[in-house]
Every structure is written in C-alpha cells, then in structure tokens.
Design a protein around this ligand. Structure first.
Ligand SMILES: [Zn+2]
Length: 97
C-alpha cells in the first residue's frame, strides 16, 4: 500500500460519513509514519549523504534544504551512523587544511 492509496482510503471513508474509530485513525497514522520513513530509502539517502554533509560543512541549513533526508536520518540508525562517520571525517579534514 502506498501513501496515495492510504489517503484515498481515508477520503473515501470520510465522504461516506462512515464513523472512523480512534483505533482506525491511530492505525492509519501508524501506517503513514511507516510509509514516510520508507519513502526515502536508505539507498537514496546514501546517494545524497555526501551532498547533505557538504552543505552542513559549508554552514548551509542542510536540514531545511533536504528535509526528507534529515527526517530519515532521525529515524534510521544505520544512516545516522553513516552520517556521523562522514561528518567526523570531513570535520577532521577541514581542521587539517
Ligand atoms: Zn536509512
């Protein structure tokens, strides 16, 4: 199920004026959270991580420029570790030069 289908499901239910139980809403929200995390895959994050880190090193607001990537880093420990490793290498390099 992708995010568009989920939203469509919610819309359908609302239009039919079916009553959504709190439990159903919670369920939807949980799925949405999961989909959002998975939307940006680790592979995509790895591909853009050097760009992200470079922006940070240059004092740009990388979190604002690449919000999906930031969000993924907050939620995915694998990518976060990779990010921190990359950051420390680059900071080290910056200090030496
Ligand atoms: Zn990841």
């Amino acid at each position: 199920m992708n995010i568009k289908e989920i939203i469509q499901n919610i819309r359908n239910r609302l239009q039919k004026k079916e009553e959504l139980s709190d439990e159903a809403i919670q369920g939807f929200l949980r799925v949405l959270d999961k989909v959002r995390v998975e939307e940006t895959s680790c592979k995509e994050v790895f591909a853009q991580l050097d760009e992200f880190v470079e922006k940070e090193i240059h004092g740009q607001d990388a979190s604002r420029l690449m919000p999906l990537l930031r969000e993924h880093l907050d939620l995915c420990s694998d990518c976060c570790e990779e990010y921190e490793a990359l950051m420390s290498v680059l900071e080290e390099t910056a200090r030496k030069s």
